[in-house]
Design a protein. Structure first.
Length: 281
């Protein structure tokens, strides 16, 4: 893999994230570009790549379990009245080119391909910004355009009959530690209370780190949060929670999530202040 395939994000001269554009992965994992490792400014890793519990979890990226029946999430597919099922329906996200590439970010073009056909074209914009001496922000925007002549729809296990499993969209697989991380929003606490809710931000606090996820557009804030802490630590923003998301031919779906990556376990007030700073930049 050449250095061109693996840009390194830097904040204040320090490497904080490695982006792999052309991963060599089996088709079952729905190969796609990802960020890993992502670290705090002090160097603590806050992502995992292909962990034993879910080998298709690939650091930070965009993963969707159902695009008109094709699996861009990896692993098994949830089939209504049947459950998780091994299907030969995996798609791949293929890096096309960088439109822009700087030490603090990039703009990338991708093709979402399944069964030899291109379904979606994506423009991905990623930027890393320093917030304080102990925190930085990852600004991640993706735009998905239906390039087929037919309507497409995006689904999730939830829309296919599995309650509470509305994953699909931006997803961050966090570092697994001996004890589960704390989960909280401005007015809720705990995985059960936060999962599936709409909130301006969601915080995941581990042993020596805190991640805070914020929807940075009104449309993104309408998507519920998918949150896991006990089984494994991960947070995503759900594109298809209650019903499938329709994408007519030529139309584009855009979402923007800003994540604060901080050293230490931060209290609510400090989290809220950092989020305001990160989203306003």
């Amino acid at each position: 893999m050449t250095p061109h395939d693996t840009p390194v994000l830097r904040v204040a001269g320090r490497p904080v994230g490695r982006y792999v554009t052309r991963p060599e992965l089996p088709a079952r994992l729905s190969p796609r570009p990802y960020l890993h490792p992502v670290t705090t400014l002090a160097g603590t890793a806050v992502t995992e790549l292909s962990p034993a519990d879910h080998t298709h979890h690939l650091g930070v990226g965009v993963a969707v379990p159902d695009v008109e029946g094709s699996n861009f999430w990896g692993g098994r597919t949830y089939v209504r009245d049947q459950g998780p099922t091994e299907l030969d329906n995996h798609g791949a996200q293929r890096h096309t080119a960088f439109q822009l590439r700087d030490p603090d970010g990039f703009v990338e073009e991708l093709r979402w391909v399944a069964s030899g056909a291109e379904l979606l074209r994506e423009r991905r914009t990623v930027a890393a910004t320093e917030l304080t001496t102990f925190a930085w922000a990852l600004d991640f925007t993706f735009s998905l355009t239906n390039v087929t002549p037919d309507p497409l729809s995006i689904g999730s296990p939830a829309t296919n009959g599995r309650p509470g499993a509305a994953y699909g969209g931006f997803f961050w697989r966090a570092r697994k530690e001996a004890s589960a991380p704390e989960v909280f929003t401005v007015d809720r606490e705990g995985e059960a209370a936060v999962h599936g809710t709409r909130a301006d931000w969601v915080a995941l606090a581990g042993g020596t780190w805190t991640l805070v996820f914020a929807g940075a557009t009104e449309e993104t804030r309408q998507d519920p949060w998918f949150v896991r802490a006990e089984e494994y630590p991960g947070v995503g923003s759900s594109l298809a929670a209650e019903e499938r998301l329709a994408v007519p031919p030529g139309e584009t779906v855009v979402r923007r999530i800003v994540t604060v990556v901080a050293d230490g376990r931060l209290p609510r007030l400090e989290v809220a202040a950092l989020v305001r700073k990160a989203v306003s930049q």
